[in-house]
Design a protein around this ligand. Structure first.
Ligand SMILES: N[C@@H](CCC(=O)N[C@@H](CS)C(=O)NCC(=O)O)C(=O)O
Length: 227
């Protein structure tokens, strides 16, 4: 096996999930190396294998490929099926992935990914309402235009992978994405997502700063993680 994908805690690491779920869903084999967060900043330790001190990182023999978007673009040049076949769906996927990669900061900050818990969110600030409304609009437009059941049409593609962490956030915080829920339910039931979730629930390590972000996000109404 030539690829090694380095990711962090299943429960917290949203950026890690993107290439991981894509590679699993497309059947691209890789050695799965987990480097858990041990403190608020793991920069020094992660610099041993990652130029940014962050995960995910893909190692392809002597080559280091970093950043979730860089990894997906690299894989797209080597494996079929990363992008949708249909030209309009491909353009939509590229734009929505770019939008997700560079935006949605309120959603990212206020609703941090925490797979194993359910939260009644605090009253939301306008920026978060805008992010959720935009997610809903994107999902509904994608499903209407490309016919579902996946965001870009009949197959799971990079577009689904980039929004997969959002599906966990939607469930954790009970966010309303209208008709987009059809996709949320579908992606949460994907075998790769179920594997990620099972591994997240089995984790016994906790990282203080991620737990503090969760406490700030609202009232925890359920915690399914192993104690
Ligand atoms: N733009 C980067 C962001 C990666 C990122 O923020 N990764 C987080 C984990 S989800 C990280 O490694 N944080 C290091 C730390 O917490 O010390 C990407 O898309 O890969």
């Amino acid at each position: 096996m030539d690829y090694v994908l380095i990711t962090a805690n299943r429960n917290y690491s949203s950026w890690s999930l993107r290439p991981w779920v894509l590679m699993k869903a497309l059947g691209i084999a890789f050695e799965d190396r987990v480097e858990p967060f041990t403190k608020p900043s793991n920069y020094e330790e992660f610099r041993a294998f990652s130029p940014t001190g962050q995960v995910p990182v893909l190692l392809d023999q002597a080559l280091t490929v970093w950043d979730s978007l860089g990894i997906v673009l690299y894989l797209a040049e080597r494996h079929p099926g990363v992008w949708p076949d249909d030209e309009a769906a491909r353009a939509f996927a590229m734009c929505a992935i770019a939008e997700m990669h560079g935006g949605f900061s309120a959603l990212r900050n206020d609703c941090t990914m925490n797979v194993g818990v359910r939260v009644e969110p605090r009253p939301m600030r306008p920026a978060l309402h805008r992010d959720i409304a935009r997610i809903r609009e994107l999902f509904e437009e994608a499903l209407d235009k490309f016919g579902g059941p996946w965001l870009a049409g009949p197959r799971f593609t990079a577009l689904d992978a980039f929004f997969a962490p959002v599906a966990f956030r939607i469930r954790t915080y009970g966010l309303d994405v209208g008709r987009g829920h059809a996709w949320v339910e579908r992606v949460l039931a994907h075998p790769a997502m179920l594997q990620w979730e099972t591994e997240a629930l089995a984790e016994t390590w906790r990282e203080e700063s991620h737990e503090a972000e969760l406490a700030a996000a609202g009232r925890i109404v359920a915690d399914y993680r192993k104690a």
